[in-house]
Design a protein around this ligand. Structure first.
Ligand code: KG4
Ligand code: ZN
Length: 329
């Protein structure tokens, strides 16, 4: 079966065609970064309007890349949340209309959980899986027991990891989005010249916190430290926090592999160092292909197919859920 996936939760309009074996036939992403750059962040209403303009061409583009026809599609999957209300509504309306017009089943999916499924585009999925999702909006440790059963082991108490990357980048005068810019300048930096604190949350808790770290980085900059050194120290501190929570989660669950996904997992330093550290205890790190770390619709289709196989069907009045708890897949 081939699934058409639709994604419009934030500033990427995306469509993809994926088979039930997790093979991506076509995937198209229209980024709005240029549109929001001047504002230093995503402007919700502007994003929704751009989704409206871009969605149909993006879907057509995915079909062209896949070289298949509309009649070959057997399922429509769409992001129902979390995300920007207006932006979500554009994708949802399109998906519902498409499914209705072609008499296809529809499955609404959770964007955060879908990030984990990006790792299963080209890799086998074997429940239970442990997943660390670090994106611009969320940082969560999930245990995937089944497509419909997701347990939240830990979550950020304040900012998401990607949000901290973006805010630190802005404080250092680097621009938006901050993740790739921080990663680039950190290569020339020395973390020892601008050390940042290790982040602690409650004893035994698997929760994260990034907002204090962001403030500490800003203070270092105001005190005269070099941006490259701060960027390097910031990445070291993010790594150590991700590692400590992950190690505890691995101990508790007995998992032998960790999925690392979401926009922050595009970071080469974090990918490499996490893989090295986990390998010391025989744990494998599974990351999505780089282009599926950040927002895309292939991951939406992948989770949609898994949910469909587990019996999930969404009603025709499926609505956008801007804020949803990640355990709802
Ligand atoms: O998953 P994503 O594309 O969108 C959300 O669901 O939020 O994540 C976007 C976030 C942004 O905060 C961006 O700065 C961050 O991912 N990001 C990175 C890198 N590339 C993107 N963070 C660190 N290093 C990167 N190379
Ligand atoms: Zn995302």
């Amino acid at each position: 079966m081939i699934c058409l996936g639709i994604e419009s939760s934030c500033d990427e309009t995306a469509a993809a065609l994926v088979t039930d074996e997790g093979r991506v036939l076509g995937s198209s992403v229209a980024s709005q970064i240029d549109l929001h750059e001047a504002f230093g962040g995503v402007v919700p209403e502007v994003a929704a309007r751009r989704h409206l303009e871009r969605l149909s061409p993006t879907v057509l583009h995915a079909f062209q890349e896949a070289g298949i026809a509309a009649k070959d599609v057997g399922l429509v999957a769409v992001t129902r949340g979390p995300g920007l209300a207006g932006a979500l509504m554009v994708g949802l309306s399109f998906a519902k209309a498409y499914a209705f017009a072609r008499d296809l089943p529809l499955v609404g999916v959770n964007h955060v959980v879908a990030h984990a499924y990006a790792a299963f585009l080209g890799a086998d999925l074997c429940y239970p899986e442990l997943a660390l999702i670090a994106s611009g909006g969320h940082t969560v440790l999930l245990q995937l027991h089944a497509a419909q059963e997701v347990e939240v082991l830990g979550r950020s108490r304040d900012d998401a990891a990607g949000e901290a990357f973006d805010k630190v980048a802005r404080a250092l005068g680097l621009g938006y989005p901050g993740g790739p810019l921080i990663e680039r300048i950190a290569r020339d930096g020395d973390s020892r010249r601008a050390p940042l604190p290790e982040v602690r949350t409650f004893e035994g808790s698997l929760d994260f916190s990034f907002s204090g770290l962001k403030t500490a980085a800003q203070q270092r900059f105001l005190a005269g430290a070099q941006a490259a050194d701060i960027a390097a120290a910031f990445q070291e501190s993010v790594l150590s926090q991700l590692l400590s929570r992950t190690r505890t989660a691995l101990e508790r669950t007995g998992a032998r592999r960790l999925v690392f996904a979401g926009g922050v997992s595009a970071n080469g330093f974090l990918r490499r160092r996490l893989a090295e550290e986990l390998a010391k205890s025989g744990v494998e790190l599974l990351v999505p292909p780089l282009r599926y770390s950040t927002d895309n619709a292939a991951m939406i289709a992948r989770l949609g197919l898994a949910l469909y196989a587990a019996g999930e069907r969404s009603p025709e009045d499926l609505n956008a859920e801007p804020v949803i708890h990640p355990f709802k897949p």
